[in-house]
Design a protein around this ligand. Sequence first.
Ligand SMILES: Cc1cc2nc3c(=O)[nH]c(=O)nc-3n(C[C@H](O)[C@H](O)[C@H](O)COP(=O)(O)OP(=O)(O)OC[C@H]3O[C@@H](n4cnc5c(N)ncnc54)[C@H](O)[C@@H]3O)c2cc1C
Length: 528
Amino acid sequence: MIQSYKKSPKLAEAYDAILIGTGIGCLCAGALLSKTGKKVLLLERHYTAGGFTHVFKRKGFEWDVGIHYIGEVQRPNSVLRKLFDYVSDKELQWDDMGEIYDRVILGNKQYDFVKGVDNFKSKMGEYFPNEKEAIERYINLIFAANKAASKFYIDKALPKMTSALLGKYMRKKYLKYSDRTTYDVLSELTKDETLIKVLCGQYGDYGLPPKQSSFAMHASVAKHYMQGGSVPAKGSSEILNTIEKVIEKGGGTILVRAEVDKIIVKNNKVKGVKLTDGNCFYAQTIISGTGIFNTFENLLPSDVIYSHKLNEKLRKVSPSVGYGCLYIGLNGSPEDLKLPKTNLWIYPDDLDHDGCVERFLNNNKTEFPLVYISFPSAKFSDWNERYPGKSTIDIITMIPYEAFAKWDGTAWKKRGEAYEIKKEEFAQRLLQHLFKQLPQLKGKVELYEFSTPLTAKHFSNYKQGALYGIDHNPKRFRQKFLRPKTKIKGLYLTGQDIVTAGVGAALFSGLITASAITGINFIKRIFK
Ligand SMILES: Cc1cc2nc3c(=O)[nH]c(=O)nc-3n(C[C@H](O)[C@H](O)[C@H](O)COP(=O)(O)OP(=O)(O)OC[C@H]3O[C@@H](n4cnc5c(N)ncnc54)[C@H](O)[C@@H]3O)c2cc1C
């Protein structure tokens, strides 16, 4: 554990930059600024830092919250790996998940997503022998969309004038992909609805089914994992542990239990932040990594919100759906219990993805539209040294905030019996899915705990416990205000809302934010 969590860190009154939140976007921006000699302070409202990269422990078990696999990092020269290496001083290492990273299960049929583009193509070709041409065209489109993405995101870091001159051309190509829904694009390639359902089998990674999601987001996730998945070696907490060292080396500090109440703005210029405990810290640069709704609705003074019509901007985006996660602790090592490394994506086979979501959102007692099962303990190479004789499983599903809304406002762990009963109903339904897939686990579960959208809201501060910040629909990619620089002098944004959800994307948001602030081309630096 990091020193500053054990004893009170030495604090100054003023910093070069203050970052609100400690998600991976802020950690990355904080480390990059530290490496340029800036003194940074990161403020986190939670009792632990890291945002969705944090881990938590109960009764001798440890679970990840927002990391089950990360793509691209197994390639030593990928931008993502280089960036992780740079912000962690090469301390962060990775454990590879192996040949099959995802398995899509539709009723009794299984479809494996295998590592490597050619392997992926030929595996899909085995499942759908009449669709080989469509699969080939699908892969080509995925790569074309990702190629167009770089200019779109570089534009976000450009100064106002340059972006006004060049931005339209830099965004144009990507918008051709992002303006269309995933289903629109895929249904032009094939009429085989099962193939479409399988290819969209990772939609849980971005929260929206194919008729609502932007194809750009689908393409980004599909390509991201196509070379396989990895997890941080020695546990996901290593992300924070390694990056925090870089921040501290640069004279920066991460402070937990430090909730920002308001950003102090005078004459349209940021001056600092006021915490909920009344303490103030000052800086000419403030970066918010708390999400666009938190920043524009809650952290800014109301006169600033209205003078820049930020409330109107927010009407153009919507928070993503809420989620529930069943955290399970089991007796036995991953080997004893025969746990796979592969993530399971289980879907009903009677409807398309959109139909399944609609049915469930109308009536939560109907079949879950998706059940995602991840086996973290099987993925970490040193798990048995850290937790001998134990294993963990996470099961995630979509849960609308409305299902638990009536308990909003009650305190965590004290929401009452009716809330606990409802949680238990969801937990039992998810356990049935687990036992259907891995019957050997019956009788091996030592404990479980179900989190609701209220739990997510409590810990992450996202409006209505949103799974992935704002929705990844085509409209989102059209919003020019989702960029680091704001109209308030000195105020910058970072995190998943300005790029997309995903640890890699949110990490990258830190890079474009640091570039927008300093004018430095960090891509050049990380490849040096
Ligand atoms: C269940 C789940 C599973 C996921 N699985 C994966 C996966 O397998 N692979 C992958 O790549 N991605 C995954 N993701 C997505 C990924 O974790 C996120 O997209 C990413 O971590 C978001 O990072 P961020 O920088 O936007 O900040 P966040 O991690 O969202 O952090 C924001 C931080 O701001 C803090 N904060 C909010 N308000 C204040 C305030 N007023 N004052 C101080 N601090 C404040 C919050 O407490 C939080 O720590 C998953 C997400 C979820 C929810």
